[in-house]
Design a protein around this ligand. Structure first.
Ligand code: C6P
Length: 411
């Protein structure tokens, strides 16, 4: 296992993130809401400013230098993403607005062609609403059913129950790589193997995994992998759908418009090749370029050391949490990434969030867009502290000192 970052190394990394160096409500900011969105290094901000200052133009259309430059950078960003997740070909990288749109694309396009009455889509009880609702919407149209894969009280998928649900009517298994609400790391390789054994396709929602360790879609052998740029230190508004090439080729377009066509006439329209078939309209060019800058930035760092640092932060925070009277950690799976969800007896999560904010500490509270999961845990919501490699042990000390104060105030 790699060594965690040293204090000096973390300080050096923090210097790359200008937003971290500010006061909030009179306190130095402690940003522990990384599962909602990650902060952007200066290199990403610079890439966006440079693009809009020098290259801004539409892509694939113009007969001029700016358009050529914008197109070259936009397509080179696609290559950066393909390399980053080890996709075999850039045609397998579809730009979307984010994880949500990527899942909607697959559900609407693949689902319309492949789901029928009596078919089943399995989604885990850990899923974010964006990996539940699009499936419910297409199930409604096609007569398929969406069935939850049970999760135990630690927040771990019950693998035996999952295998028992598998049969030839299961056409899709959609699970997250890491749960946003609990931090559980799911055994995706095993899930994919089991699902493939009955002929089902598998979509992995990588929104919460992609920032934490290298993802290899070929080794994983998933059919679809989706994530958002903004959770990978890139801009908001850009996301990725990776798909197995044969599946993407067979799938009908998701939206119609410019760029996704080959020819249009009133007697009929033919569609563009991959990936453009799924990219109707002017894309988020700056977003793609910014995401590539984020990937370039990450590639300058020792990712194993970053992951080891995050693991150490989680272990440190969990230990501290367990010592707080009345605090219950929600999400105690053996394998977890960078998320500490909890409730404190006699308090409401949103009050804790507000009082933490008053001390400059940013966390998320509520149901985390995972209401079925919260129902299972019998709580309307939790307080969630989520860590990134730029967080420090001192920040975790600040969190728990603030929680002590809040407990004295509220209890
Ligand atoms: N989770 C959180 O605070 P978008 O909004 O499309 O970028 O990502 C949606 C999404 C899908 N799956 C998972 C596992 C996610 O965590 C998210 C986003 C944020 O937990 C905002 S709700």
């Amino acid at each position: 296992m790699s060594q965690p970052l040293t204090t000096l190394e973390v300080e050096k990394i923090r210097a790359d993130f200008p937003i971290l160096h500010q006061q909030v409500n009179g306190y130095p900011l402690v940003y522990l809401d990384n599962a909602a969105t990650t902060q952007k290094p200066q290199a990403v901000i610079d890439a966006l400013v440079y693009y809009y200052t020098h290259d801004n133009s539409n892509v694939h259309r113009g007969a001029h230098a700016l358009s050529d430059r914008a197109t070259a950078k936009f397509e080179s960003a696609r290559k950066s993403v393909a390399d980053f997740i080890n996709a075999a070909h850039t045609q397998q990288i579809i730009w979307t607005r984010g994880t949500t749109e990527s899942i909607n694309l697959v559900a609407a396009s693949w689902g319309a062609d492949n789901l029928q009455t009596g078919d089943k889509v399995l989604v885990s009880a850990l899923e974010h609403h964006s990996d539940i609702v699009p499936w419910q919407m297409i199930a409604e149209k096609t007569g398929a059913r969406v069935i939850p894969i049970p999760v135990d009280n630690s927040g771990t998928i019950e693998m035996e129950a999952f295998v028992a649900l598998l049969d030839s009517r299961v056409k899709m298994v959609a699970v997250n790589h890491v749960s946003n609400a609990l931090g559980t790391i799911n055994p995706v390789a095993e899930i994919i193997k089991q699902a493939h054994a009955v002929g089902a396709k598998v979509l992995i929602d990588g929104a919460q995994a992609i920032a934490h360790w290298p993802v290899d879609v070929q080794a994983m052998n998933c059919d679809f992998y989706v994530f958002s740029g903004h959770k990978l230190f890139g801009p908001t508004g850009i996301g990725v759908l990776y798909g197995r090439r044969k599946l993407l080729e067979q799938m009908p377009p998701y939206q119609g418009g410019g760029e996704m066509i080959e020819t249009v006439s009133f007697s009929g329209t033919t569609f563009n090749q991959l990936p453009y078939k799924f990219e109707a309209g002017t894309p988020d060019i700056a977003g793609a370029i910014g995401l590539a800058a984020a990937i370039d930035y990450l590639n300058t760092l020792d990712r194993a050391a970053l992951a080891a640092h995050e693991d150490a932060l989680l272990a440190y925070a969990t230990k501290k949490a367990l010592a707080v009277p009345g605090l219950k950690v929600i999400g105690t799976a053996k394998s977890k990434a960078a998320v500490l969800g909890f409730v404190i007896e006699g308090t409401h999560p949103s009050d804790i969030g507000m009082l933490l904010d008053q001390q400059g500490i940013a966390v998320r509270t509520g149901h985390h867009c995972a209401q079925p999961l919260m129902q299972q845990f019998g709580t309307p919501g939790t307080v969630r502290a989520s860590f990134s490699f730029y967080n420090t042990f001192e920040e975790i000390d600040r969190l728990f000192a603030a929680l002590d104060k809040i407990r004295q105030l509220l209890l």
